[in-house]
Write a protein that binds this ligand. Structure first.
Ligand SMILES: C[S@@+](CC[C@H](N)C(=O)[O-])C[C@H]1O[C@@H](n2cnc3c(N)ncnc32)[C@H](O)[C@@H]1O
Length: 289
């Protein structure tokens, strides 16, 4: 994640501003998200059979109608391109097997917050294949060409991103544990839910943990409401996000421990070194539901 550039002591005073500032580290250098997302890539690959099961349930329309895929929280790097290719190859094969006269043209929307490095993502996209209904060979990503039209969509997935009934498949991986906002109550020093200036619920009391849970539930409900308007009839959605195996906020384990302690320590160091302010840090809250 990249801290806001330029001003070394930024205090972000509203959650809307936070949405505009936060992003994974862009570019393609050693420290970029594109070069540090192998864990996400590995987990996404381990779930491909589940993704394909979901895709088997998607209703296929006549091939004259474009088939539309959207990756929500795509970030920048090859993970999203890989997944979109998997989805399109699978749907292409389904069209082939279903006796339709051809395959549709495909369209892929890469959606993330406006601060995402869409430029790097677009540079990673291979050239567009010469599409056309029925051109199965050219539609396969293995030809080194991109079998879909591509577009970036800047915006929060907690709000509307697409026209009504326009998307066949939504995919979102490792993104929905980002809350839309910090629950105000965990910032209130007089509240039982005060999280003592920490950005995470590791070691928090039950009231603080519940405040995060409530925020997550509100956010997820909002997310699903938006997608229910945007999805075509017969469409499907595949969501993967980090979760918890225990209700006890002190019991994180695995990735939870990484975010709950090491991540917190790293932010504390940045505050100590006056690279970011405490005010910025306390507005950075992530939750594992
Ligand atoms: C860990 S990355 C996951 C990227 C990619 N899906 C993958 O599997 O490698 C999480 C992404 O979610 C995005 N994100 C977080 N909150 C978001 C929101 N409200 N709306 C859209 N994207 C969001 C972040 O900007 C980030 O790029």
């Amino acid at each position: 994640m990249a801290p806001p550039s330029g001003d070394s002591n930024v205090v972000v005073s509203s959650n809307v501003k936070l949405e505009r500032l936060l992003s994974m580290k862009g570019g393609k250098d050693e420290a970029s998200y594109a070069n540090n997302s192998q864990a996400q890539a590995k987990h996404a690959r381990s779930m491909l059979h589940l993704l394909k099961e979901t895709l088997d349930g998607v209703e296929l329309s006549m091939p004259e109608t474009p088939f539309v895929v959207a990756d929500l929280g795509c970030s920048s790097g090859n993970n999203t391109i890989f997944i979109v290719n998997v989805i399109i190859e699978h749907i292409t094969k389904r069209y082939e097997a279903s006796g339709y006269s051809g395959v549709p043209e495909f369209s892929a929307f890469f959606a993330d917050l406006p601060s995402n490095d869409f430029n790097t993502l677009f540079q990673l996209l291979p050239p567009l294949a010469n599409q056309g209904v029925g051109s199965m060979e050219e539609c396969l990503a293995s030809t080194g060409h991109r079998p879909f039209f591509a577009a970036g969509v800047p915006g929060s997935f907690y709000r509307r991103l697409f026209p009504a009934k326009s998307i066949d498949v939504f995919y979102s991986a490792f993104s929905l544990h980002w809350l839309s906002q910090v629950p105000e109550i965990v910032l209130d020093k007089s509240s039982m839910a005060y999280n003592k200036g920490k950005i995470f619920i590791h070691g928090a009391n039950k009231t603080a943990a519940n405040a995060y849970r409530k925020q997550f539930q509100t956010d997820l409900a909002g997310f699903l409401k938006m997608r229910s308007k945007e999805m075509k009839k017969g469409g499907s959605m595949f969501i993967a996000l980090l979760g918890r195996t225990s209700e006890d906020p002190t019991d994180q384990g695995g990735a939870g421990l990484l975010f709950g302690t090491h991540f917190q320590d790293a932010w504390d160091d940045l505050v100590q070194e006056v690279i970011i302010s405490y005010g910025f840090m306390i507005r950075l809250h992530i939750v594992f539901p």
